[in-house]
Write a protein that binds this ligand. Sequence first.
Ligand SMILES: Cc1ncc(COP(=O)(O)O)c(C=O)c1O
Length: 382
Amino acid sequence: MITKANRLQHVKEYYFSTKLREVRQLIAQGKPVINIGIGSPDLDPPMAVSRALQQTLEKNHIHGYQSYQGIPELRNAIAHFYQRHYNVTVHPENEILPLMGSKEGIMHISMAFLNPGDEVLIPNPGYPTYTSVTNLLGAVPVYYDLVEENNWFPDLEKLSKTNLSKVKMMWINYPHMPTGSKPTKKLFEQLIIFAKQHQVLLINDNPYSFILNDTPKSILEINGAKEVALELNSLSKTFNMAGWRVGMLLGSQEHITTVLQVKSNMDSGMFYGIQQGAIAALKSDINWFVNVNAVYKKRREIAFSIAEALHCTYDKDTAGLFVWAKLPKGKKATAVTDELLYTYNVFLAPGTVFGSNGEGYIRISLCVPEETLAQVLKRLTK
Ligand SMILES: Cc1ncc(COP(=O)(O)O)c(C=O)c1O
């Protein structure tokens, strides 16, 4: 038996990877399981995306390795997108690094900046990958609390009073997954001040700013942000392109070059056709966002009713692909989601997947058609 690397000691298989295997087994046994647990958009990308990919396939000489930094047209399209939607200027030459999804960026950034033993501030609740990647590299996750009473914002004053001498990086993710909390300019300003004071690299993971949110914000809007901050963004949710694997990292030339030092040793560029599809998506006009959000709004109304059927409370003014619902006092998240799965054949995510502060909450995905959500509601209210 070949032994596993020590670095896997603290990393479990991703929750959804194991749980969805179980869901598939239940379906194979004939159980009519409805999955409202995951955030993989079911809607199609803009028409222009598939067309752009098809057109590239008719060209010659497109099948070779591509630039490690993405083709210049893609970086230009990203720069225009940031200018148009966030009023942020990033130089296409050296302040943008296209990625194969933002998830890989979490690993590349961490490999580029962390040494074993370095501490990393991670939101609780938060996206589990920040923790797994930190652990894989022998760095140390240090969780900061996000609580409903503080609008799921970090208490920076409290955090400043702790020993931050070993902290090298801090993950933030606004609009926040799983809670949907939207950032304010003031929050971003305070975070940049905090990062400068404590010499911490601040990374905003920003894949949800166009979903159910009229005021998309970037951490890079803040004056002087590039000195200490990076931003990850993604086409997965904004343009329903999760399977295409297109994301991007933005920040100062110095930081981007450091991350490229890792990334250029790990892959050999993104397929040309995918990059052309991404360019077409980034050029979408405002109707794209309006139409997609109209669909999500209708779905969200039913998701609110599902939350009510489960006697949950919830905040209506949130962004992103989920409804984050608070269970009645005393109810445990996994007990409720297991009961829903085994009794009602409904799979949704327990808040504890995202950390201990997710206890007492469940997450309902908006990535299924209205009729499917209505079916769930029917099962729960019958
Ligand atoms: C907070 C957060 N960050 C990053 C990702 C990964 O997105 P991508 O598809 O760009 O890798 C997700 C996906 O669910 C997410 O919820």
